[in-house]
Design a protein around this ligand. Structure first.
Ligand SMILES: C[S@@+](CC[C@H](N)C(=O)[O-])C[C@H]1O[C@@H](n2cnc3c(N)ncnc32)[C@H](O)[C@@H]1O
Length: 452
């Protein structure tokens, strides 16, 4: 539980020591298996943006700082002390040189970390130890970093099994993928083409003092600096949505070449929170059934559609059990944006890599296989199913699709990006899609059903 931290009377911005306490509680919560999106909302709102920036950075350095704590401490510190030390070490100038990382002088950091240790009941008694560890790091940083960096987990700041898997799956690009996964992603927008052009929206951004550029398919925009959505012109009126450039490829891929005279019947099988459902409806006049197993997340589909002034049929149901919800009428197109490890979106969710276990990969690949096999019979002959995951692992991408094609003789693979890797000038798929190098890791396959 995150304890509320009182604001200093009359203070302009909270002192670092005030942010370090809730930030280390968040880090500790992730280390005990909780998602950051569950714990961050418990941080008092005045502190939340600062705390989020600290925790995001600490998670991107957590492999290295865990190794450093082992070198600095003769015996394992208590979890709250370890978390505070990891945070403070991540913020040391040697580990926070990257663009976008919070910057503090070593002197400020040590004194603020010790102050934070003194104020929390579970670290109070160890304030001297925190001071000693951080001062030793200051003196011996170069040697300690070399020693710690011999372990892949510390060198790459991802679990060792994850590093191994990316290495096997992408032997040419694995280092670039891991490095890109550890950098913050730019804020990407999708302009609602029903409300206006991308060029017109770029002008509105300029007028609002938000520098940005066009990127990706027809309606993508990259902001130079991220902002809260309420600062985006026309956000409440549905003129724009926040969506990564890789995710923006789903709707055009599913609807490519479709005859606009014919109103397609489309299934979005794993739809919540509705980012791609909305894009399908912005893109063309289609009838969409948006399903999601999670009824609470279905509410978010409704919220998104309401804001964008779009309409779809939304149902809370298990896509793997069509007998519960399908009326027997085949779909012209199906989007299966399947549940996955999310290994492609760690730029935006730096906790994901530490929460996942290696066994999750096979378990999620099994769910994806079940969903693919359950939905394929619902597609009309000549129809198209786009299978997508926000993963860089082949087990959830190209291997999954290869096995599907072996099981289903009436299916053939159409042109699709394949594995889109984050931060590379080229995707690893059939053609180069990652021109900006500025999108998440994703996988897309286009499965077409034979007409006879
Ligand atoms: C990757 S997210 C979908 C993101 C969404 N397509 C978007 O663009 O906003 C995967 C979703 O699949 C849902 N899901 C998982 N298993 C499911 C199942 N068997 N049937 C329907 N939905 C499922 C999860 O609740 C989750 O919301």
């Amino acid at each position: 539980m995150i304890q509320p931290v009182p604001m200093t009377q009359g203070a302009q911005a909270p002192a670092l020591s005030q942010q370090l306490a809730p930030a280390s509680q968040c880090l500790l919560a992730v280390q005990s298996g909780r998602s950051l999106s569950d714990v961050l909302p418990q941080v008092p709102s005045a502190l939340r943006p600062g705390v989020q920036a600290l925790v995001f950075h600490a998670l991107r350095q957590a492999g290295m700082t865990a190794a450093l704590v082992k070198l600095l401490a003769n015996r394992a510190p208590s979890p709250p002390v370890r978390a505070l030390l990891q945070l403070a070490l991540a913020l040391m100038p040697e580990l926070s040189a990257d663009e976008g990382a919070p910057h503090y002088s070593a002197h400020t950091l040590v004194s603020q970390a010790v102050q934070a240790a003194k104020t929390a009941h579970d670290t109070q008694a160890q304030a001297g130890f925190v001071n000693a560890c951080l001062r030793r790091f200051q003196r011996e940083a170069a040697a300690l970093l070399v020693q710690a960096g011999r372990h892949p987990e510390a060198r790459w700041n991802h679990p060792a099994w994850w590093v191994r898997r990316v290495q096997q799956d992408h032997p040419q690009q694995w280092e670039a993928v891991l490095a890109a996964s550890n950098r913050p992603g730019a804020m990407a927008l999708r302009v609602n083409r029903r409300h206006g052009s991308r060029e017109a929206y770029l002008q509105r951004l300029t007028a609002a003092g938000l520098p940005a550029r066009a990127a990706g398919d027809g309606y993508g925009v990259l902001l130079d600096h991220g902002v809260p959505v309420d600062r985006l012109p026309g956000f409440a009126d549905g003129d724009v949505s926040v969506q990564d450039l890789a995710a923006q490829q789903a709707a055009p891929l599913l609807l490519a070449g479709h005859d606009s005279q014919q109103r397609l019947r489309v299934l979005d099988a794993c739809a919540a929170p509705g980012g791609k459902t909305a894009h399908l409806l912005e893109h063309a006049d289609v009838d969409v059934l948006a399903l999601d197993k999670d009824a609470q997340r279905c509410e978010r589909i409704h919220d998104n559609l309401r804001r964008l002034r779009l309409a779809a049929q939304v149902r809370a149901a298990d896509a793997a059990r069509p007998a519960d919800w399908w009326d027997g009428e085949p779909f012209d197109a199906i989007l299966l944006d399947a549940p996955c490890t999310a290994s492609g979106i760690v730029r935006r969710h730096p906790d994901v890599r530490w929460l996942r276990r290696e066994a999750d990969v096979a378990q999620l690949a099994h769910q994806q296989r079940v969903l693919l096999d359950a939905l394929w019979p619902l597609l009309r002959p000549g129809g198209r199913l786009v299978y997508a995951t926000c993963s860089v692992f082949r087990a959830e991408g190209s291997d999954q699709v290869k096995a599907f094609l072996e099981r289903h003789s009436g299916a053939r693979a159409g042109v699709a990006p394949g594995h889109l890797l984050p931060g590379l000038p080229e995707g690893g798929g059939q053609f180069n899609d990652n021109d900006s190098g500025e999108h998440d890791g994703f996988f897309y396959a286009c499965l077409e059903k034979a007409t006879t």
